[in-house]
Design a protein around this ligand. Structure first.
Ligand code: HEC
Length: 214
């Protein structure tokens, strides 16, 4: 899923940073012969302060606690069951206008043409042959297990050049448009916090909790 990929990307970046920081702070390799001279081995661990924790101040006097409003602006996850969905609503018709203006340039006029990810397509209507055919586009209609994730992902990530710029009603509208284009809701369906979790996704039963023992 895209969100997992984003998180994974961030994780790898952190690992890379940490690894390079460790490499920079590690003692330099000793030149052969010089290491045995007493008093010259300034990079040896014994010449460092005994413990950085005992010398660090309790506070550095920079920064401030984040306000509740600042935390709230980031704490906007929508759960699969719809927990966290805001007030507001949207329809496929209103979403079509927004999609044409803000999304079609990257995802195509009908959500199928690209150049970026294909969002629309119900086929294949049977089975789950993604492992057998890696070229099969993963769409909202054939792959996404939860309709609520469509709202959550678009609100936090799209459009990628201005994430967070859509109002909650914008996101409900464009979510309704995409669900209708994927043949998941009728044209007169009103998407809101109560109705979105009820939308049945064809791929839902293909995603199960991993109960294997580690
Ligand atoms: C500037 C180009 C661009 C625009 C504009 C854009 N997107 Fe995207 N979109 C992308 C790219 C690139 C990805 C893939 C991101 C990734 O995999 O991390 C993506 C991914 C998505 C996905 C997830 C696709 C999947 O199945 O993995 C959805 C849903 C989506 N966009 C919806 C929208 C909507 C709705 C809009 C308009 C509000 C929009 N996008 C505008 C480039 C764009």
């Amino acid at each position: 899923m895209p969100r997992t990929l984003l998180l994974l990307g961030t994780g790898l970046w952190c690992v890379t940073l940490t690894a390079s920081m460790i490499a920079q702070s590690a003692p330099a390799p000793r030149a052969s012969g010089a290491a045995s001279a007493p008093g010259r081995n300034t990079s040896a661990p014994t010449s460092r302060p005994s413990s950085p924790a005992t010398t660090a101040p309790a506070r550095y006097g920079i920064g401030r606690p984040a306000t509740a409003a600042e935390i709230g602006a980031w704490d906007d996850d929508v759960m699969p069951d719809g927990t966290g969905l805001p007030t507001g609503e949207g329809t496929p018709a209103a979403g079509a206008t927004l999609f044409a203006a803000r999304c079609a340039g990257c995802h195509g006029k009908t959500g199928k043409e690209g150049p970026n990810d294909v969002l629309v397509g119900a086929a294949p209507r049977q089975g789950f042959p993604f492992a057998d055919d890696p070229n099969l586009p993963h769409t909202i209609g054939n792959y996404w297990p939860y309709a609520t994730t469509v709202f959550d992902y678009i609100r936090r990530a799209m459009p990628p050049d201005a994430p967070g710029s859509l109002t909650d009603n914008d996101v409900y509208n464009v979510t309704a448009f995409l669900l209708h284009a994927n043949e998941l809701i009728p044209a007169d369906f009103v998407v809101n916090a109560a109705t979105l979790p009820t939308v049945k996704m064809p791929a839902r039963e293909h995603f199960v909790p991993d109960t294997r023992r580690r």
